[in-house]
Design a binder for this molecule. Structure first.
Ligand code: AGP
Length: 609
């Protein structure tokens, strides 16, 4: 997720661009840049690092001009660097572009452009857009951009500027936000409302497939074929802070609701169109490399560790490789049996968790090959690991990790399928079935998020309990662990997760009348056993909320309330089942008046041991 701004009007563009980017830093902060037309040519200033690095640079040189575009980056392709920072230009410097999203077919387009003599200066997918518009330009800027839109596949919000027609900004969007701010004798472009709210509250919200030609006195909106689209003015009534959260009350709930998009972007370009295979352009493994893996050790902390527990089931059951899972702070001190036949997978949203980084280094020292699954391009863990798979969740601001967890599960499942294909441990039709299920997840996650009233009610009714238990078996137990951490860390309720079959060995003593028990029952192969554990706690007068799959009428006979997730493959159930638990934790914390985004004693990235 990146931040984009644009300005055209009588004032100095650079001032708005920097001001607007500051309001969008929550969308990405790896690097930043601006491009301003000074009356004869476009000047580009950009630098890696936080926006204040660029701001200091711009204060010195203060690029003059009344039209410009700017960008603050959240890296998805190409680590943070000056060269990879946006804006990007074509060979001639006559076209400049900023972009948010993922151009899925950029490698194919880049090869064709290089073959035609274009010289690239970055590792990004975005730079392709600048060279494409150069390639297509034959005296008509708008026509050239339309041809670019016809070439590209993927998700984008893109904004172009040209030396040839500097009296306009041309922009378009698909699956990523872009708004036009309507001023008086000036107009604005931005990824999000916070960037423009101090300049104007009148906006056009662009829809997918639309493009806009923005001058200082006019805004023409059309579809990609050039057919005019009439837009209604959307008047913004939010205050600036609410706008940063996209109108949500907290970053956490915003990020919970971003999960359909995060799932879609994490799988984008990685699921074969015919469902036959997983595509990891970034992984350099051969069949022999995978065959040589005797053991996998997964190491992580907190939520990422809980994702690793789910990953164990994926990798053992699908790829038939033995897996150990450790919390990073323990791994380093247990003299782990790791050698060159071990693959160490480290999972980290921030890519900066010190315990996990240290465990990664320990595993490497012992001879393991290493793979990182992280959400931050160019992070310390990403740089230290031999190979990296990036989740595409966008910045996760809330301390409580939500969209990072679900996209980590997606990453682990895709690795398991990728290995299974190499090892021949899964029939092709089984791989295809799971990939088809992966493609349905965004809409199924959206379905869950559209119906949260029951969860809100539970949170209000049980939000002041001091003890809550989560139980489940197999993959449901792994999700129960994550559900209990979510509730614990933001509502401060003492929540514990237990393997449902383990209750009778001690913890059942704590089950008293009225204590809430969240029972996960999505796994058919252990369903009957889970039901008997539900009966155990009901017999002690617990209040049970059952999490099952749609169509499950049986569970309703034994629990007090049910939340049913859309029917999906057993391996995909954790990705959907965790969403009601995230929402339960969120609304319980709100009920208790807790500081949801910044819970006491905790930090977003734990860079101390
Ligand atoms: C989870 O909600 C917590 N914020 C915490 O457990 C977190 O998952 C853990 O600190 C690991 O962080 P990482 O994924 O950035 O390494």
């Amino acid at each position: 997720m990146c931040g984009i701004v644009g300005y055209i009007g009588p004032k100095q563009a650079a001032q708005f661009l920097i001001e607007g980017l500051k309001k969008l830093e929550y969308r990405g902060y790896d690097s930043a840049g601006i491009a301003v037309y000074d009356g004869s040519k476009i000047n580009v200033e950009k630098s890696v690092g936080r926006l204040n690095v660029l701001e200091k640079k711009v204060e010195q040189i203060a690029p003059k001009g009344h039209v410009g575009i700017g960008h603050t980056r959240w890296a998805t392709h190409g680590r943070p660097s000056d060269a990879n920072s946006h804006p990007h230009t074509d060979c001639s410097g006559n076209f400049v572009v900023v972009h948010n999203g993922i151009i899925e077919n950029y490698l194919h387009l880049k090869e064709k452009l290089i073959a035609k003599g274009h010289v690239f200066t970055s590792e990004t997918d975005t730079e392709v857009l600048a060279h494409l518009v150069e390639e297509h330009y034959q005296g008509d800027f708008e026509a050239a951009v339309k041809k670019v839109l016809a070439d590209v596949e993927g998700s984008y919000a893109m904004v172009f500027l040209s030396n040839y027609e500097p009296d306009k900004i041309i922009c378009s969007k698909q699956d990523n936000p872009l708004v036009i701010g309507l001023g008086d004798g000036e107009n604005f472009v931005a990824s999000d409302i916070p960037a423009i709210i101090n300049r104007t509250r009148k906006t056009y919200i662009l829809s997918d497939g639309e493009m806009a030609i923005v001058t200082k006195d006019s805004v023409w909106v059309m579809n990609r074929q050039g057919v005019p689209v009439s837009k209604k003015v959307f008047e913004v009534h939010w205050d600036a802070e609410a706008a940063e959260k996209g109108g949500y009350e907290h970053f956490m709930i915003k990020e919970i609701y971003e999960q359909p998009k995060a799932i879609r972007e994490t799988t984008a370009g990685r699921l074969a169109k015919d469902d036959s295979s997983i595509i990891f352009d970034e992984l350099k493994w051969t069949k022999d490399d995978v065959a040589a893996i005797r053991k996998i050790t997964i190491v992580a902390c907190g939520t990422a560790y809980h994702a690793g527990i789910v990953g164990k089931y994926y990798l053992e059951q699908l790829a038939r490789i033995p897996v150990e899972v450790d919390v990073a702070s323990e791994f380093r001190y247990r003299s782990p049996l790791v050698d060159d036949k071990t693959l160490a997978i480290v999972i980290s949203q921030s890519g900066e968790t010190l315990d996990t980084l240290a465990a990664l280094k320990e595993a490497k020292k012992l001879g393991a090959r290493t793979l990182a699954i992280t959400n931050v391009v160019g992070s310390s863990i990403a740089r230290e690991a031999d190979q990296v798979i990036y989740t595409q969740a966008g910045p996760e601001i809330a301390v409580a990790s939500t969209k990072a967890y679900t996209t980590q599960l997606i990453g682990l499942l895709m690795v398991a399928l990728y290995f299974a294909a190499f090892k021949g441990t899964l029939p092709e039709e089984r791989i295809q079935a799971i990939i088809r299920g992966l493609k349905q997840l965004p809409s199924q996650a959206h379905e869950i998020l559209e119906d949260v009233e029951a969860i809100k009610t539970f949170a209000k009714e049980y939000g002041f309990n001091e003890d809550v238990f989560f139980i489940g078996r197999s993959l449901d137990y792994a999700v129960a662990l994550e559900g209990s951490l979510k509730l614990k860390e933001i509502s401060y309720i003492h929540a514990e997760a237990y393997a449902a079959g383990e209750l009778k060995h001690g913890t059942l003593a704590l089950i008293i009348e009225g204590v809430p028990v969240i029972a996960l029952a999505t796994q058919r192969d252990v369903y009957e056993k889970t039901l008997s554990n539900i009966k155990e706690v009901k017999a002690r007068d617990a209040v049970v909320i059952g999490i099952g799959m749609q169509g499950d009428e049986e569970i309703k006979k034994y629990v007090d309330h049910t939340i049913l997730i859309p029917v999906t493959d057993k391996y995909l159930a954790p990705i959907l089942a965790v969403i009601p638990l995230q929402l339960l934790a969120y609304y319980a914390a709100v009920t208790r008046g807790a500081d949801v985004d910044k819970p006491r004693n905790l930090a977003k990235s734990v860079t101390v041991e």
